[in-house]
Design a protein around this ligand. Structure first.
Ligand SMILES: *Cc1c(COP(=O)(O)O)cnc(C)c1O
Length: 422
């Protein structure tokens, strides 16, 4: 495979950016080699700086549920930006996107737009603390919630622990407000509530944990979290930055029919532009400034170009059978790949998300159950797949995403290439 241009671009990028990138996983450290610089995308395919073509299952890490350069999204963006790209004043497009979301989602009444998933989650946590007057939060090992201080925390050893920070630069005192427990573990959550009675502002979870493999939880466990939160006056936050608008329009809340107190969205909501939001009922949302005392603001929040991309994308998602078709395609890929199983190779999936895991376990529901050593198989697989035109997220802990643009031909080609490479 000719990588000359990508290699040169990466060398140049290293002069400008730490590790040559503006977000760490892009650097290909988990799979080795040089990251590909992407020149363009159309539908389910992308082309790198050397003209190599790939079927893309990364889809910008999830946002591109319609695939690349969707005509409806492009037209909407083009039309909007010709009237100016930002005003720092309200626009009718914010109303339109909000109405589209709220009128099709029984779990939320009011929303606040921000510019990333990280910002959405950070603000949701502040809201939970402001609303409850409590400081501590409880998160799960293996769930990713963006890079804000209180959430870059991993479990220590023990059933219920204050985390250890997973990043330099996060003060110990912040970490001491974050309790970290294992997924799929009721006892740990109960223990946390008995140790920190009346101190826990919120539980935050990815209801479909998809940032560290795909650690599907039982509905019963999510209901348990709902109940223990209600009983203790603690808010339940579903971080649906990945699952929102992907597992159906109403995300995991709709899929499991469980009503969290606050939901965060990102990725798909902005149609490929930087948008996030947090949402809740009126009573909780009235605590946000300027109505209430929890401060949160943004110069580019509700940006009209990004709003119009979101409106265009989500309008497509609302069309009949949109999610059913995505799931059917995903199942086709999953079944095709599963049939190639020669060794300890397993596919986990839900909706249009799939995860390739090298394991013999039928279920993996917590981070501790993932065998770190098995990632070497993904590494071995990765570059041969690239060379034959299949682009996956460059880490074995990352899930793959199906878009509306993927065709049966893409899927058959993918299965064929996997068969050769395995
Ligand atoms: C991607 C993601 C985030 C962070 O969103 P950014 O837009 O990258 O800041 C937060 N939570 C979850 C569940 C995510 O998948």
């Amino acid at each position: 495979m000719n990588n000359k241009n990508s290699t040169q671009l990466f060398e140049k990028a290293k002069n400008f950016f730490p590790g040559g990138v503006n977000s760490p996983v892009r650097a290909f450290r988990s799979v080795g080699g040089t990251p590909l610089f992407i020149d363009k995308g159309k539908g389910s395919h992308i082309w790198d700086a050397d003209g190599n073509e790939y079927i893309d299952y990364c889809c910008s890490w999830g946002p591109l549920i319609l695939g690349h350069a969707n005509e409806n999204v492009l037209n909407a963006v083009d039309k909007t930006m010709r009237n100016g790209t930002s005003f720092g004043a309200p626009t009718r497009l914010e109303n339109e996107l909000a109405e589209l979301i709220v009128s099709n989602n029984p779990f939320i009444e009011k929303i606040r737009f921000v510019s990333s998933g990280t910002e959405a989650v950070m603000s949701a946590i502040r809201l939970a603390r402001g609303f409850t007057g409590r400081n501590k939060i409880l998160k799960f090992e293996g769930c990713y919630h963006g890079h804000s201080d209180s959430l870059l925390v991993k479990a220590g050893s023990g059933l219920v622990t204050f985390g250890n920070t997973s990043s330099a630069g996060v003060p110990e005192s912040f970490v001491n407000e974050t309790i970290v427990v294992s997924l799929n573990n009721k006892k740990a959550v109960e223990e946390a509530f008995s140790q920190f009675n009346n101190q826990i502002a919120c539980i935050i979870i990815e209801p479909i944990p998809a940032n560290n493999g795909l650690l599907l939880q039982d509905k019963e466990y999510l209901q348990f979290l709902r109940d223990i939160c209600t009983k203790n006056g603690t808010l339940l936050i579903f971080d649906e930055v990945i699952s929102g608008f992907r597992i159906g329009f109403t995300g995991a809340a709709g899929h499991y029919n469980i009503k969290p107190d606050i939901i965060t969205y990102g990725k798909i909501i902005g149609g490929g532009f930087p948008v996030g939001c947090y949402a809740s009922g009126k009573e909780i949302m009235k605590n946000i400034s300027p109505e209430g005392g929890v401060y949160q603001a943004g110069t580019l929040s509700g940006n009209p170009v990004a709003m119009s991309a979101g409106i265009a994308q989500l309008s497509e998602c609302l069309k009949p059978n949109f999610y059913k078709n995505l799931e059917t395609k995903t199942q086709k890929l999953v079944k095709g790949l599963s049939a190639l199983r020669t060794t300890n190779f397993q596919l986990f999936s839900i909706g249009s998300i799939f995860w390739i895991a090298f394991t013999e376990q039928e279920k993996i529901q917590s981070a501790e159950e993932i065998d770190g050593d098995s990632m070497k198989y993904f590494r071995d697989l990765y570059h041969p797949l690239l060379e034959k035109g299949i682009y996956l997220g460059p880490s074995g802990y990352e899930v793959g995403f199906m878009s509306e643009a993927h065709t049966d031909v893409d899927i058959e080609q993918t299965i064929k290439v996997f068969k050769e490479v395995l």
